[in-house]
Design a protein around this ligand. Sequence first.
Ligand SMILES: [Zn+2]
Length: 323
Amino acid sequence: MALTNSQFDSIRREYDKRQFESRHRVTDHIEELYKRSPRIREIDRSIAALSVKQAQKLLDGDQSALKSLRSSLRTLTQEKDSLIQSLGFDLDYIEPSYHCPDCKDTGYVNGKKCHCFTQAAIDLVYTQSNLKEVLKRENFDTFDFHLFSDEVVDPVTNLTPHESMQLAVDKCKYYVEHFSAQRRNLFFTGPTGVGKTFLSNCIAKELLDHGFSVIYFTATRLFDVFHNNAYNKSSEASDTYQNIFNCDLLIIDDLGTEVSNAYTNSQLFTCINERLLRNNATIISSNYGIGEISQVYSERTFSRIMKSFDLIKLTGNDLRLIG
Ligand SMILES: [Zn+2]
């Protein structure tokens, strides 16, 4: 994911701050223990002195001295541990605690950017706090099948809304489980308020939790970004534009609510096509059925969607009107 220098610096500053706070916390906790048990301070001093000696003996290759030093160190450490516990603390009280244990808040693992760095970049660029709040409420764990009627049968699919939603949820879970091996594309279609956005959010939450980069846009916002990139040559606009092609999953919500014209049509084609070429996944949700897509968008866009997207049709009542 491409970042400007200032964006990169601001993320680095956040990592530095976390490491500083973590070190500070450890120092405070150690000082507190010393105050409550001066013997712990003595032990730490002895451990430090013995460790220096151990390093010297190691260089000298003096095996028998090393053995007795190791045993003294072990005894001291055991005494320290039991003192800490007798004061009512867990042993990790004086260990650093990290936001991300994978990279210990450095942002890197084996010289490569950690998943938390990638997500920090996305959060920064898209200030996705809005989506994040939504994802706390809308995810597979909060999904309520009772909201979907089991009585009315859709004449086309021959399924009740409950059954069609059950099928859709199963497909979405399969999608998430196989995402790292297979980047597929989904197209949710169905009337307003039957759970299309909810399902995209469920997928977004699962993938974000697994460290994939996910970008969410309503169709209207997405075309604004394309427009901005074309007419506003700032590096921010260009970063955002590039990230739309590079993120692991792009969600385009409510396709068809934008003001559609030749320009948006060609941008939609470029976006879908470019992401297919880069083997990145796209999820589209739309009130439009297939027939309408073929009428509103160009033939080539329609054929790309038909060829490369799994269609998931949802039926049922508008959930937003239920209690
Ligand atoms: Zn990390």
